[in-house]
Design a protein around this ligand. Structure first.
Ligand code: DUC
Ligand code: ZN
Ligand code: ZN
Ligand code: ZN
Length: 488
């Protein structure tokens, strides 16, 4: 038996155009998009009149069931994805963390964790050490496992961090495989020095976290990663851009023609650091993430950069801990598990902050929450589009309805929410995942195991022209060179 669905009378929005049309879905795939589709009475009909029908959100940056800083995130692949679906996100890309440096062992662990998925998902692979084994594993990861991106940590000295020599080796390997290099851009040595400085000053509370790794620490690493990627002539994706300093480096490089992508996350876009000074430890500790949430002004500048195209897509870095876990750092901010929520809130907060405020158009909204991510990771137009042949991952957003965020009503397992109390305009009323209505009338209908792993192929559009540029460079080296010698 097949599931048939008709979404009637809504405004269908894609990244570059919108029109009033019906959307007809069969067996998880969009079959037709045009006005006045007639169907039989075996078809479920959803009325979307006066509402927007858009591609489900794709969150490019999450950590579900992540073992980190002596804790494991409170949201696993089921609860995190259920929360995502309730907020209009229908796919996410999670970071596989290697086991003892082995990528394949890490992937095996994540394959197990993700078996309970209730929406589609893909993986990035983190690189935490470098040797010939890792290099060979990268080939298998890209050519056989459906992963086309690798993340390098320039911070977390002593655990995840790798140095510039290894970063260059990694970039080189990524380039040869057509895989996208991603960086967590903070100078790990400087952050370490900043932490020593705080401890010497007796600052042990959550505010010490932000004070120990100020914007310059992020700006320096961002600039360095961009320059090393330029030296290797390979595309670069900077995750969680949190500061003006980092954003300006990305903007400058893009203006020069370099292929650099900048991903702000929703916490960095809409929050400021004031919560870190809250006298209640747990209230303050819930804001601790790396890079830190910045002083007011940075977020506004990131919003402007997103609206002008200097930054390209919005993620979350959803890495959720509850108050018991955050309490591990009660005597020392260095022990507070780093991470905030966002997978459920991103679509609402980007709408409210960017569209409702008039900073971006409805079509741009689709681009920064879904389509751009699909293009970068080479899954467009299967994902990120409302058109015949695409997966039926669809949301219906009512611009006249409102939403409110609270740990009391959210779907994450955490007992805290960094966006607590936020009220805004524009509500995701319906979420359709793989052709099934999973969110309707504020009720979730999700089943573990219904989500599919989405394989992502290498050589996305970001690699167009890279080979030509290399050829030009090589032939310039071979051109006859005039040498001047002293003559007597
Ligand atoms: N930053 C966080 O806040 N959490 C997960 C990892 C990271 O880089
Ligand atoms: Zn178009
Ligand atoms: Zn990171
Ligand atoms: Zn992250």
């Amino acid at each position: 038996s097949s599931t048939k669905l008709l979404i009637k009378g809504g405004t269908v929005v894609n990244a570059h155009e919108m029109e009033v049309a019906d959307v007809y879905v069969e067996d998880g795939i969009i079959v037709a998009v045009r006005p006045n589709i007639k169907v039989g009475d075996d078809v479920t009909v959803l009325d979307a009149t006066g509402k927007y029908v858009m591609p489900g959100g794709i969150d490019p940056h999450t950590h579900l069931a992540f073992e980190f800083m002596d804790s494991e995130t409170i949201d696993d692949f089921f609860s995190g994805q259920a929360a995502a679906l309730a907020g209009g996100t229908t796919m996410h890309i999670d970071f596989v963390i290697p086991v003892n440096g082995s990528l394949l062992s890490g992937l095996e662990a994540y394959e197990k964790k993700s078996k309970k998925s209730c929406m589609d998902y893909g993986f990035h692979m983190a690189i935490t050490k470098w040797d010939e084994v890792v290099s060979k594993e990268m080939e298998i990861i890209v050519n056989e496992k459906g992963i086309n991106s690798f993340k390098f940590f320039m911070a977390y000295k002593g655990s995840l961090m790798i140095n510039d020599e290894l970063l260059l080796q990694g970039f080189k390997k990524c380039k040869s495989l057509g895989a996208l290099a991603m960086v967590h851009a903070e100078n790990g040595d400087a952050a370490y020095e900043g932490q020593r400085r705080m401890i010497e000053l007796g600052i042990t509370g959550p505010e010490g976290h932000a004070l120990s790794r100020p914007p310059v620490v992020e700006g320096e690493a961002t600039a360095r990663a961009i320059k090393l990627a330029s030296f290797m002539n390979t595309p670069l994706y900077v995750v969680h851009v949190m500061s003006i300093d980092a954003m300006e480096e990305i903007s400058k490089a893009r203006k020069s023609g370099q292929k650099v992508i900048g991903e702000p996350v929703v916490s960095g876009l809409v929050l400021n650091d004031s919560g870190l000074w809250d006298p209640d430890f747990i209230t303050a500790a819930k804001y601790v993430m790396s890079p830190p949430i910045r002083a007011a002004g940075h977020g506004k500048a990131l919003q402007a950069a997103l609206s002008m195209g200097a930054l390209q897509l919005v993620g979350t870095d959803h890495c959720s801990f509850n108050s018991t876990q955050k309490a591990l750092g009660i005597d020392d901010f260095q022990k507070i598990p780093n991470g905030v929520n966002g997978i459920e809130e991103r679509m609402h907060l980007v709408w409210d902050t960017m569209v409702e405020s008039g900073q971006i158009s409805v079509t741009d909204y689709v681009r920064v929450t879904s389509t751009e991510c699909a293009r970068i990771f080479n899954i467009y137009p299967r994902k990120g589009a409302i058109r015949a042949g695409s997966d039926a991952d669809i949301i219906i957003l009512n611009p006249n309805s409102s939403f409110e965020i609270s740990a009391k009503s959210h779907h994450s397992r955490s007992d805290t929410n960094v966006f607590e109390g936020w009220r805004g305009k524009g509500k995701v009323e319906v979420t359709i995942s793989g052709g099934r209505v999973v969110w309707l009338n504020d009720e979730l209908k999700v089943f573990p195991g219904s989500g599919k792993y989405v394989e992502m192929r290498p050589f996305s559009y970001l690699f167009n022209g890279i080979g030509k540029a290399d050829e030009r460079y090589l032939s310039s080296l071979k051109a006859p060179v005039k040498r001047f010698r002293a003559t007597t």
